[in-house]
Design a protein. Structure first.
Length: 261
């Protein structure tokens, strides 16, 4: 890849179009590879959009450095080295820069994005520790409509939730964000589902067994299978919210535990 500097390619649109030309990729092909819509690529390519949370994925699809694509900083340049030096923690510990795009409630939603509701556990007032599963009205998760289509999920049935605990470790880590298809509540043996278990939000593999259902964790060494008859399902108010079709995990760790350089 020929990384022309910012004086030659001053805008994000210039750099995107240059990289697409170098890779011989059309807007449609790039959108498919990056997991976004062609409309999102067109907005950047035309200069209508100066930023996008899809930039890390677009950079990967183009096989270019994301700092160059977004900021015009070529790999190995003095600007890159200075930025890396400033970002290093004061204690000298190593760090990893994740492929994150930051946004808030004021950031306009891009074409091809959908705001999904987020399920959470809420403790009932005066409920002696009892909780309920409900939609968090104050929070939403922005999701690519392309991903929903690829997963065969109707956007009107899509929602998100947060995994808690290590029962499905290392497949799904603690505090992972989950994509839930509320339109699929019929049990398909071996699929992962979000459950409302009498107010507890649980994530389990489900299986049909004679006269009932089986809940299974990925971490079977620490969590035994749970079998429930249909009568127990009713008594314990076990309800299937939907099938888990996607999850995203941040591997959170205290930086003091990381090895020093």
């Amino acid at each position: 890849m020929n990384y022309l500097d910012k004086t030659q390619l001053p805008t994000l649109a210039d750099r995107l179009n240059h990289a697409m030309s170098q890779r011989s990729l059309s807007q449609e092909a790039l959108a498919t590879a990056a997991g976004c819509t062609q409309a999102s690529i067109q907005k950047i390519s035309s200069g209508k959009s100066q930023k996008s949370r899809f930039l890390p994925a677009i950079a990967r699809a183009l096989q270019v450095d994301v700092d160059w694509l977004e900021l015009g900083i070529a790999p190995g340049s003095q600007s890159t080295n200075e930025a890396t030096h400033k970002l290093r923690p004061h204690d000298g510990s190593p760090f990893v820069l994740g492929e994150l795009s930051l946004w808030d409630d004021l950031t306009p939603m891009e074409a091809g994005e959908i705001a999904l509701p987020l399920y959470k556990e809420v403790e009932i007032a005066s409920g002696l520790g009892k909780s309920t599963v409900q939609i968090d009205e104050g929070r939403k998760v922005w999701f690519s409509s392309y991903t929903l289509r690829k997963a065969g999920v109707d956007p009107s049935n899509a929602a998100c939730a947060t995994n808690t605990g290590n029962s499905n470790h290392p497949l799904i880590l603690d505090r992972a964000t989950l994509g839930v298809d509320k339109g699929t509540t019929k049990i398909i043996d071996g699929q992962i589902y979000a459950l409302d278990h009498d107010g507890l939000l649980r994530v389990k593999f489900l299986y049909r067994i004679p006269g009932g259902i089986r809940l299974r964790s990925f971490n079977r060494e620490e969590y035994a299978d749970e079998d429930y008859s249909f009568e127990e399902v009713m008594e314990q108010r076990i309800q299937i919210i939907g099938r888990i079709f996607w999850w995203s995990t941040l591997n959170l760790i205290n930086s003091s535990l990381l090895a020093k350089n």
